[in-house]
Design a protein around this ligand. Structure first.
Ligand code: RUB
Length: 271
């Protein structure tokens, strides 16, 4: 396959969410950019998923001459640091709830399991594209006890006071697409899960690379209506936002390569 074809193939995979999650998208975009480095390539890639500031950031670095190796080294370093902090945060016996598929979250859970931590994970199917299945399979393959819920079971699953039916949660781990001053953007549903958790006094932790931070205004991606209902009857309106904002007040802490800290402290550090 020539470079142009490979470039277009990566763009197609990013757009269709075959390549998904902020980190995978940023890595793939970088790969594509270095096939055909130009302003036009950068713009095509940047418009492929409009809610991905880490992709914008790495493409800007690449344009300024930072090497692919240096950028990939950062991702590796960042994940290793995140893993160490997540390991310390998990207590034996914890039930951890997560949503969608986040590489930063999944890798840190697998690391903790390998280091001997005993915990269970509840996860969501993540409609309409079912990224939760990817999470469940990866965790299961690494020996983690995982239970999947439909997204609408949020209030059923996210509680801690009623242990009689053995459904309860100790901590929520969410990834992030964008880290903003007033809060975080992640997969649609994340704001709702964080709100329910906060009502039940269950801590919500954001697990993300600090390169997702941006001062820019970030657009929430609206995806194809066919993802929700293919060939739906005419005159039914459908909305399909891919992401949602999580207010800062619902975030108990954030884990990045800079450590585990309150969101306000993270904002001070990142400046
Ligand atoms: C994925 C999603 C993930 C973040 C973080 O959405 O919301 O939680 O991107 O992922 P989508 P990571 O499937 O629409 O891309 O930790 O891998 O960067």
């Amino acid at each position: 396959m020539n470079k142009k074809k490979r470039f277009n193939e990566i763009v197609r995979k990013i757009k269709s969410v075959e390549i998904q999650g902020a980190k995978n998208v940023a890595r793939a975009a970088l790969e594509a950019y270095f096939l055909l480095p130009s302003k036009d390539s950068k713009e095509k890639l940047m418009s492929s998923r409009p809610t991905e500031p880490m992709m914008f950031y790495v493409l800007n670095l690449a344009e300024k001459g930072v090497s692919k190796k240096e950028i990939l080294n950062h991702f590796e370093f960042s994940q290793k640091e995140i893993n160490k902090h997540v390991l310390k945060l998990i207590n034996n016996g914890d039930v951890i709830f997560t949503h969608c598929h986040s590489t930063n979250v999944v890798n840190s859970l697998i690391y903790s399991k390998k280091k001997g931590k005993k915990f269970k994970v509840y996860n969501t199917e993540t409609r309409p594209l079912f990224q939760g299945r990817k999470t469940a399979v990866e965790l299961m393959k690494n020996g983690i006890d995982v239970t999947m819920f439909v997204d609408s079971a949020a209030a059923f699953a996210i509680k801690k006071d009623d242990k009689s039916d053995k459904i309860y949660v100790d901590k929520i781990f969410l990834g992030a697409d964008a880290l903003l001053k007033k809060g975080v953007i992640n997969k649609i549903g994340s704001g709702m899960f964080a709100e329910i958790a906060s009502r039940n006094k269950i801590p919500v932790y954001i697990i993300a690379d600090s390169w997702k931070f941006t001062k820019d205004k970030i657009k929430i991606e609206q995806r194809s209506l066919n993802e929700v209902w293919d060939k739906s009857p005419k005159n039914i309106k459908i909305k399909n936002p891919a992401f949602e904002f999580i207010k800062r007040k619902y975030i108990s802490g954030i884990i990045t390569e800079l450590g585990l800290m309150k969101y306000k402290e993270f904002l001070r550090k990142i400046k």
